[in-house]
Design a protein around this ligand. Structure first.
Ligand code: FO1
Ligand code: 5AD
Ligand code: SF4
Length: 337
């Protein structure tokens, strides 16, 4: 066995709403509020997923959804009543409630709902094991032309606020969206700078842009990154970030087998229950198959919680998740069986 394990978290994906104020050209998840497929999940729908997650031994409820949909009048016209009848003014208030529901089912919340204000972060932090926001890139790219929430300074500010709140944090780069390699280096340096200051970055996701059928318009000018691009990015990441930060790639977007030797240490959330709503055609590999493949290469495939072992041990996580983290973790901070 190699001396370091490759880690993953067993999760369910809860896409609270697919309405979003941003219009990232690569995104196949977002729907305009008027679109027939636009949704705001009901509590019953969320509960059904949580129940399946609990029954299959998942420990993470990953809430990823559209950013500030209330800025859109059509969202309020169509879904405002549903929110208000439940007693909430915003999707973030509703999500706080859904985090409590997840904890009731024995799952640890990890929210990534785009850029949040300090007050919104403060509302969600106690209810989350860890939280996340992809930096994406520090570059100004045309793929983000119509995206107030993808302004790099806004993303860096939220990542900094999470640091002030001592919230274990997941961030990362999305590559193949019109940025240069110099931009990779700059993005990684900004993340390391914040980690230096606050020590809260638990993992960095290196995500390769992947075309999918949900995209509004066919995109000709974005080319999906190659395996060689990903290897170069992994090597650069290893040279820029301190080794206490895990390096994560998504095993459904590119085969991890040829990437791990360059420094990948984590395969993120893998779900036996839900699809990857961001890349719906990219099926999750089976956990057992990954375990077999990785062990043939000499790696242990080890389950963690949505909060990485280092932070389990130092007690950095939302206070209201403590009872569950104690129950689910072993002495080393990994998943206890
Ligand atoms: O299934 C997915 N999980 C995504 N996750 C979840 C992640 O894979 C894991 O759940 C984390 O490692 C926490 O355990 C994200 C988490 C973030 O904080 C930010 C971005 C992502 C992006 C994805 C994604 O595209 N698909
Ligand atoms: C949840 C995260 O998913 C990523 N994301 C959004 N669209 C795509 C795509 N087509 N391919 C890969 N990643 C994507 C962004 O980085 C976002 O922050
Ligand atoms: S990637 Fe996130 S922010 Fe961008 S359009 Fe899709 S849902 Fe909105």
């Amino acid at each position: 066995m190699k001396n370091r394990p490759i880690t993953y978290s067993k999760n369910v994906f809860i896409p609270v709403t697919n309405v979003c104020r941003n219009k990232c050209v690569y995104c196949g998840f977002r729907r305009p509020a008027e679109h027939k497929d636009a949704f705001l999940m009901t509590e019953a729908e969320v509960a059904a997923i949580l129940k399946q997650g609990a029954e299959t031994g998942c420990t993470e409820a990953m809430f990823a959804f559209g950013e500030s949909p209330e800025e859109n009048a059509a969202f309020n016209a169509r879904f405002g009543k549903q929110l208000n009848e439940m007693g909430f003014k915003t999707v973030i208030e509703y999500t706080a409630h859904l985090c409590r529901l997840a904890l009731d089912y024995g799952l640890l919340p990890h929210v990534n709902g785009g850029v949040l204000s300090f007050d919104e972060l403060q509302l969600l932090a106690p209810l989350n094991a860890s939280m996340g926001l992809m930096l994406e890139t520090t570059a100004i790219v045309s793929a983000h032309a119509d995206c107030p929430g993808k302004i790099p300074a806004a993303r860096l500010e939220m990542i900094e606020n999470a640091g002030k709140l001592k919230m274990p944090f997941t961030t990362g780069l999305l590559i193949g969206i019109g940025e240069t390699r110099q931009d990779w280096a700059e993005s990684l340096a900004e993340i390391q700078k914040l980690h230096q200051k606050y020590g809260h970055i638990q993992e960095i996701i290196l995500q390769n842009y992947t075309p999918n059928s949900g995209q509004e318009n066919p995109i000709k000018d974005l080319k999906p990154p190659t395996k060689e691009d990903m290897i170069d990015l992994i090597l650069l990441t290893k040279n820029t970030l301190t080794p206490d930060i895990s390096i994560q790639v998504a095993p459904n977007l590119m085969s991890p087998l040829e990437l791990i030797q360059y420094g990948v240490t984590d395969l993120g959330g893998i779900s036996p229950v839900t699809i990857d709503y961001i890349n719906p055609e990219a099926a999750w590999p089976k956990i057992e198959e990954l375990k077999t493949l990785l062990s043939s290469k000499g790696y242990e495939f080890k389950e963690r919680l949505p909060v990485h072992p280092k932070f389990v041990k130092s007690g950095w996580f939302g206070k209201e998740t403590e009872f569950l983290i104690e129950k689910l973790s072993d002495a080393d901070g990994y998943r206890k069986y």
